[in-house]
Design a protein around this ligand. Structure first.
Ligand SMILES: Nc1nc2c(ncn2[C@@H]2O[C@H](COP(=O)(O)OP(=O)(O)OP(=O)(O)O)[C@@H](O)[C@H]2O)c(=O)[nH]1
Length: 384
């Protein structure tokens, strides 16, 4: 964000005190408490306990690929806020790392050791691929990728016999060190090799999607956003709501962000603009930092009249672009980019429309969220 930009943080974001806080919690600290980091190994078929499946019914994202391809780095950067440089010190994974993410929807991320031979008969495929949301295969684009491609093809051909609807998401990773031309060549080569081999094996039109990713820019967040969006029930309803809101308010682009991971779970259906996405994502960081600084319980602070329940803020940048942020519930916030001069002058209308959108959003999803919260409550809040 440009240091010269005119910052107009609305007071609603800064003034509320914990006594007046409701469900709205734009604070990573609080949300991170809901994130468990446990490790475990997949049980061999004979050791399966019948009831574990019910507790593990959350959609699962499997991070797979060869050793040192970058799986743990991706999970750490996206879900644990690890600065990319610190991934240099990550040790090789030796057991499956199971991460439960408790957010706008509960899901699990399983990080597989690169050397694990999960296709061997001693592993129960149902235990690994049952309740699967997506298989994310990470290929190190800076290394020789032929082995990785061959192993991916073996995995797809085995798994699709039992789980034909499975989403395969291929992250062609570590592209930060490559020129644009080289990236395109590698991308085309990998896509070609995978689709040729699969169609030779008689598997046409496999549901495989490809992304160029790196932890050193926003591409990995963008890719994860796309992966997660496929797991969201009612995504098209959500996109329609955002489109309607954007059209009525003159928004150039709108993203509905998960505050914890900063992946976006939905946006309007205009083409993705990475610059907008980066700006909106950075703005969430600013607001989270400010909220954490000022929303602690101060004995002498007096509430100044009625407070708006959710954090709300806008900033006008040096080029007259406005970013508008509004917290939707304790997990999600809506961030919009506004360039249209007329629209910017109608802040009241924008706020009103965003509140209406918030009602619609919570109506579509609240029942599900309430159910999830009740379940967690019954479980004693423990997430596996
Ligand atoms: N240049 C670059 N390096 C990366 C990127 N992502 C990860 N790395 C580096 O790749 C190395 C291996 O990363 P890990 O995340 O440990 O790899 P892994 O796939 O989990 O490895 P195993 O646990 O052995 O299976 C680390 O030194 C990371 O810093 C990236 O996007 N770009």
């Amino acid at each position: 964000m440009d240091p010269d930009s005119e910052h107009c943080l609305s007071t609603s974001c800064l003034l509320y005190t914990p006594a007046y806080k409701t469900n709205a919690r734009l604070s990573l600290e609080i949300i991170l408490q809901g994130t468990n980091h446990v490790s475990g190994s997949v049980q061999p078929r004979s050791a399966l306990i019948p009831n574990t499946q019910a507790r593990d019914a959350k959609p699962r994202l499997l991070l797979m690929g060869l050793r040192r391809s970058g799986k743990s780095s991706i999970a750490s950067v996206v879900f644990h806020k690890m600065p990319p440089n610190e991934t240099l010190f990550l040790e090789s994974t030796t057991r499956i790392q199971k991460d439960s993410i408790h957010s706008f929807m509960d899901f699990q991320v399983w990080d597989f050791p690169g050397q694990l031979e999960y296709l061997e008969p001693s592993f129960d495929l149902e235990d690994i691929f049952g309740s699967l949301g997506a298989l994310v295969w990470v290929i190190d684009a800076q290394d020789d990728y032929l082995d990785s491609v061959a192993r991916l093809n073996r995995t797809i051909l085995t798994v699709q016999q039992y789980y034909p609807g499975i989403n395969i998401e291929v992250f062609i990773h570590k592209v930060d060190g490559l020129s644009d031309e080289f990236r395109t060549d590698i991308y085309q080569d990998i896509v070609q090799r995978i689709s040729d081999e699969l169609s030779d094996a008689g598997y046409e039109n496999a549901p495989v999607h490809y992304y160029l990713t790196s932890i050193y820019d926003y591409s990995v967040f963008e890719a994860f956003s796309k992966v997660i969006q496929k797991l969201i029930p009612n995504l098209s309803t959500l996109e329609n709501l955002i489109n309607t809101l954007g059209n009525n308010c003159g928004f150039e682009k709108t993203y509905l962000f998960d505050v914890l991971s900063k992946i976006y779970i939905a946006s309007d259906t205009r083409p993705v603009d990475m610059a907008c996405y980066e700006m909106c994502s950075d703005y969430i960081d600013v607001i989270v930092d400010v909220s954490e600084l000022y929303s602690w319980d101060h004995p002498e602070r007096r509430p100044k009249g009625d407070q708006i329940q959710e954090a709300e803020s806008h900033v006008v940048l040096h080029d007259d672009t406005m970013i508008h942020l509004m917290e939707m519930n304790k997990y999600l916030c809506l961030v919009s980019v506004i360039r249209n001069r007329e629209s910017k002058e109608k802040r009241g209308l924008i706020d009103l429309n965003c509140r209406t959108f918030q009602d619609g959003l919570n109506e579509v999803f609240s029942r599900r969220w309430e159910q999830l919260e009740e379940t967690n409550h019954l479980d004693g809040g423990a997430l596996t």
